[in-house]
Design a binder for this molecule. Structure first.
Ligand code: FES
Ligand code: FE2
Length: 426
């Protein structure tokens, strides 16, 4: 459990909250790059309890400004996007990607240009990488190090970000991404569905996953957070390890299934009770093979809101009680892991009351993550120091690994970039 004070500290991310102030000091994904077309519709983006507008200007550059027009606050999401700037449809004031007001046509001609120049516009630095528009919303003049994760350095056709919109607090989203034990239960049907071999039998690692719902957790501290080994004893003196990289404050790198495609996941606060959960699929060896997604029922998704229509309390997230009686654990028949994850996360309530929890061995990972986040926010409050992105972090060397290895070997010695040959395990 967590005290009420600590729960508040960790979960409240609006303006002028300690966690909100700290999290704004990191680069965060705002929207998919492909969503913004030159001179196309601006995109309304809500982050940390505030509203913004992202747009791609005529020259292809991206601007990120406060949503309200600097004149009288009409939404710039309604604005005309033309001539390298957004022009408010109310009175025609215009803003460019550098956050300059470049026209105020309601002013008399002789002072129009000088007047516009003096109008302040809230705007923020952006970067495009990994198929995403990233934004820095913090207070520092110079943004922090950009996280050059692998997926931020591959070609556009090697990465596929998709976003789920989750109706609960960001920490619930993050904690689900850290929790390896639930796979045995919540995702049991999908472990079976996707773990079948060509002859119809269940693969060895899937069997191990289903048999063992109490993995041992071991950790390696890292400058970006920690590496977590969830270790399950299988048959034949083997251990199946799912090794995640937890890159705080937002990211969990999850071992990929289905060959060469890896996953980076993150939970980005929209406001205290809403979260953007990004699943960033990438392939370091070449273009993503989109045919793989059809087997996963993941093609034809709305990549900006892939869980659209998943339901909620009104229909119990489409849970099928008969199927549960017939042996389908979660009852979310054929819905895939994210649907199952989102249902349980939302079911905890908008901000779960962590004073009511009873934690055990399976929760060591979230306990560790919470402690590190609390330490980081206290450090930030005291000294302004930003954790997890120091010069000793090598973002490009963060990769998850799943491996089925003979017991007696030491998982902490495995290199995800050059794994031992038995690493064929998914
Ligand atoms: S409110 Fe935008 S120009 Fe007046
Ligand atoms: Fe899950």
């Amino acid at each position: 459990m967590l005290s009420k004070e600590k729960n508040e500290l960790l979960t409240r991310i609006g303006p002028a909250t300690p966690m909100g102030d700290m999290l704004r000091e990191y680069w965060v994904p705002a929207c998919r790059s492909a969503k913004l077309e030159a001179d196309g519709a601006p995109e309304r983006v809500r982050l940390f309890g505030e509203n913004f507008v992202a747009f791609r200007a005529t020259d292809g550059r991206v601007g990120f400004i406060g949503e309200g027009c600097p004149h009288r606050c009409a939404s710039m999401a309604l604005a005309r996007n033309e001539g390298n700037g957004l022009r408010c449809i109310f009175h025609g004031w215009k803003v460019n990607v550098d956050g300059e007001c470049v026209d105020a046509p309601t002013e008399p001609e002789e002072r129009r240009a000088a007047f516009a120049k003096k109008v302040p516009v809230r705007h923020h630095p952006v970067r495009e990488a990994g198929g995403l528009v990233w934004v820095y919303l913090g207070k520092e003049k110079a943004p922090p190090r950009f996280p050059d994760y692998e997926f931020n350095t591959v070609a556009d056709n090697q990465v596929r970000p998709m976003r789920g919109l989750l109706k609960c607090n960001w920490l619930q989203g993050l904690e689900a991404l850290l929790d390896s034990a639930h796979i045995t239960f919540l995702h049991a049907a999908n472990v079976v569905a996707f773990g079948k071999l060509a002859d119809g039998t269940l693969g060895e690692t899937s069997q191990t996953m289903l048999k063992n719902g109490a993995p041992r957790f071991e950790f390696l501290e890292q400058p970006y957070g920690f590496r977590e080994g969830a270790l399950r004893d299988g048959d034949n003196q083997k251990i199946y390890a799912r090794i995640r990289e937890v890159a705080l404050p937002f990211f969990s790198f999850i071992p990929g299934r289905f060959g060469g495609i890896a996953n980076a996941c993150c939970s980005i606060p929209i406001d205290d009770e809403n979260t953007a959960q990004w699943y960033i699929n990438y392939n370091v060896d070449g273009p993503i093979d989109h045919s793989r997604y059809s087997a996963l029922r993941m093609n034809n998704l709305n990549l900006d809101y892939f869980n659209e229509g998943m339901g909620g309390w009104n229909n119990m997230w489409q849970q099928d009680r008969k199927a549960m009686k017939d042996g389908y654990w979660s009852g979310f028949v054929g819905k895939g892991n994210p649907h199952e994850d989102f249902a349980v996360q939302e079911s905890m309530g908008p901000i779960v009351d962590r004073t009511m929890e009873h934690l055990g061995q399976a929760d060591l990972v979230i306990v560790r993550a919470r402690r590190m986040l609390i330490d980081a926010v206290r450090r930030f409050e005291e000294s302004g120091e930003i954790s997890f992105v120091g010069p000793d972090v090598n973002f490009a060397r963060i990769r998850a690994l799943a491996i089925n290895y003979p017991s007696g070997m030491d998982w902490t010695k495995f290199d995800a970039f050059n794994p031992p040959s038995m690493a064929a395990a998914e």
